[in-house]
Design a protein around this ligand. Structure first.
Ligand code: FAD
Length: 477
């Protein structure tokens, strides 16, 4: 057995603040990184070109970080259940390290790989890294997982948080015999998104990689975090961090992110600023809440959490769904948000809630259609956050007050009062009076002249219909 350790990267595309990588490096063995392009993930129909392009960009920057440290990042392609053990046995690695994940697919895959490696006497070292608290750490007094956010937050926020981890990546190279053995498991050059079958021109101009994410975090903590409480709800303002893709792919360590919030807190005495920082910390806790929920209740990935909503009589209408997808519902705030998603692969959180409510409560279409469409478009698409957001909006999830219906007009009046966001994404409305846009009073003739659709449903009618259906479902109300 050689002194070689493989560190398998998955959603931890960095060499800093990495618990497992630090452990591997502390053994004094050679540490080589590996990333496997998993065909099952890349060929399923819930992949967004934006996400693949961002992933490839992050891998390029990760490979560069390995190279700078005098080490190597290998790329393989295929089924990781086959490829990771094959690579490890071919290189006679003494151990494979990776970080645990909460997603059901990852857990099944990892168990199978661990079993194979152990059967070849290759050590397996796993640890939790993507969360501040492992999913089994924050439980109720009865040692049960939380299903309500507020008590989860109280418990979660009262715990001390781990500090960023220092990683000393040693210079490590494959030896001549190992390189020649690699013919059995061909490694590949880093493909482009196009090589993988995806085309994305990055209209969001989001720079991939750890350095870019660190700069974003610093800028946010010096710029907007103090006003976050106030500004986060206005989609026309860049008042949020824009870190969701970096957090999804672990381009930045969660401990580093938390430490930045503590530093920002220490630098201010203003109550408003402290409220902003706390509210942003609460968003990080939402991320962890939904991840621990997916870990403990993997069936969330398949359908409603609430039994009563498992067979809700959704009125799935393909034409209405298409209109929603294209941003042609005749509801300006909904259309602006959907066009933002279609054009740049990202949507503001307030708008995610508005369009999700509209799809489920106004169009009465199954939330899983929307969940999937989001995954096909979002640069930050993430099973647990997306599922949690959709189930919350659909009244099917972990929410003590589940029946929430957003009025798209009052939402627009409150959160886009000058219709700036609407006009940015729905240019046909540029010269239409703000009041007409916000109150849904654009005359039909004007709609016809500017080529903007009339509302495809009437909010008040659909709201009543949804409430009737909801009341008719046993156990829902
Ligand atoms: P910030 O406001 O700066 O928040 C900081 C970080 O906290 C985010 O980057 C994210 O990691 C986390 N976060 C914030 N809000 C939430 C939340 N409600 N749930 C879980 N984590 C949160 N987020 C995703 O990362 N991926 C998704 O696929 C996703 N789908 C969503 C679908 C719906 C229907 C809804 C309502 C929300 C969804 N969210 C999702 C949550 C949220 O909209 C995004 O995390 C946020 O808009 C990303 O922008 P930001 O990084 O500027 O966020």
């Amino acid at each position: 057995m050689s002194d070689l350790i493989l560190f398998w990267h998955r959603r931890d595309l960095r060499v800093s603040d990495s618990i497992g990588l630090a452990q591997a490096c502390n053994t004094n063995a050679r540490v080589i990184g590996v990333f496997c392009f998993d065909r099952a993930i890349l060929t399923n129909d819930s992949v967004a070109p934006a996400r693949v392009a961002y992933l490839v960009g992050c891998l390029k920057s990760l490979a560069e970080d390995y190279r700078r440290a005098g080490s190597q990042l290998l790329f393989v392609e295929g089924n990781p259940v086959v490829k990771i053990p094959l690579l490890a046995t071919t290189l006679a690695a003494k151990a494979v390290y990776w970080h645990l994940d909460i997603e059901p697919y990852s857990q099944t895959r990892d168990e199978s790989i661990a079993t194979t490696l152990k059967s070849h006497n290759i050590e397996v070292h796993t640890s939790w890294d993507q969360l501040l608290h492992a999913p089994t750490e924050i439980t109720t007094g009865n040692k049960q997982p939380y299903t309500v956010y507020t008590p989860f937050w109280r418990n979660w926020s009262s715990r001390s948080k781990p500090a960023p981890v220092e990683v000393k990546l040693p210079p490590s190279q494959l030896e001549a015999n190992e390189l020649s053995a690699l013919t059995q498991v061909p490694t590949i050059d880093l493909p482009t998104a196009k090589d993988l079958g995806f085309i994305w021109e990055n209209p969001l101009k989001l720079e991939p990689g750890t350095s870019a994410a660190a700069r974003e975090l610093e800028a946010f903590c010096h710029r907007s975090i103090c006003e976050y409480d106030e500004q986060r709800n206005y989609p026309a303002i860049a008042g949020t961090s824009g870190l969701s893709s970096a957090l999804k792919f672990g381009v930045i360590g969660i401990r580093t992110v938390w430490a930045a919030t503590i530093e920002a807190m220490a630098e201010t005495r203003s109550d408003e600023a402290r409220a902003g920082i706390t509210t942003w910390q609460q968003e990080l806790a939402w991320r962890e809440f939904y991840q621990q929920a997916m870990y403990h209740f993997p069936s969330l990935a398949q359908g409603a959490y609430r039994d009563a909503l498992k067979h809700f009589p959704w009125q799935d209408d393909g034409d209405r769904f298409e209109a929603w997808c294209r941003g042609e519902t005749g509801y300006p705030i909904v259309d602006a948000a959907m066009r933002q998603l279609n054009e740049i692969g990202w949507m503001h959180n307030r708008c995610r809630m508005i369009v999700a409510s509209f799809l489920t409560k106004d169009l009465i279409i199954n939330w899983q259609w929307g969940e999937k469409y989001f995954m096909q478009r979002l640069i930050d698409g993430d099973l647990s956050a997306n599922n949690g957001g959709w189930q919350w909006s659909a009244s099917s999830g972990m929410d003590p007050k589940p029946l929430r219906i957003f009025n798209p007009y009052t939402q627009a009046q409150k959160f886009d009062p000058e219709a700036d966001y609407i006009r940015q994404w729905v240019p046909e409305l540029k010269s239409v009076d703000t009041n007409l846009i916000l109150k849904g009073n654009i005359p039909p003739l004007t709609c016809h002249q500017i080529g903007y659709p009339l509302p495809i449903v009437e909010h008040s009618v659909q709201q009543r219909l949804f409430k009737d259906l909801y009341a008719s479902v046993k156990g829902a109300a």
